[in-house]
Design a protein around this ligand. Structure first.
Ligand code: AMP
Length: 112
């Protein structure tokens, strides 16, 4: 079980900004921008590499459609970045699929 499952189960605290039956969004504990939240499925999927077209098609669509909703709720609609780190080499440290949503400042490209 990862720390994100504990957040879903309310076993550890988090600043939750959005929740529905399939996903949860909460503020990153180590924010890299004025607004930095993580959107996660409630189902514990390790990463993009573990997604199945059979089992997760609707969930993927739901997550993608929830991103702008959360961004808008947080006042950054129209100007934000989404990041999904997949695997340790890409910087993934929590092995429960999550979409970073960052905004509230000018963001540079390319990322490191
Ligand atoms: P990643 O490096 O893509 O796996 O992202 C994991 C993110 O989870 C990092 O940005 C961490 O700051 C964040 N994080 C780790 N533990 C917590 C926590 N308890 N509450 C909120 N964010 C967390």
């Amino acid at each position: 079980m990862t720390i994100f499952t504990k957040i879903i189960n309310r076993e550890i605290p988090a600043d939750i900004v959005y929740e529905d039956d399939q996903c949860l969004a909460f503020r990153d504990i180590n924010p890299q921008a004025p607004v930095h939240v993580l959107l996660i499925p409630k189902t514990a999927i390790v990463s993009l590499d573990q997604l199945s077209a059979v089992d997760h098609r609707d969930l993927c669509a739901h997550l993608m459609l929830t991103v702008p909703k959360v961004a808008s709720l947080l006042g950054i609609g129209g100007g934000y970045r989404t990041v999904i780190n997949t695997g340790a080499q890409a910087g993934q440290t929590v092995f429960h699929l999550h979409i970073h949503i960052l905004g509230g400042r000018d963001l540079k490209w390319p990322p490191g």
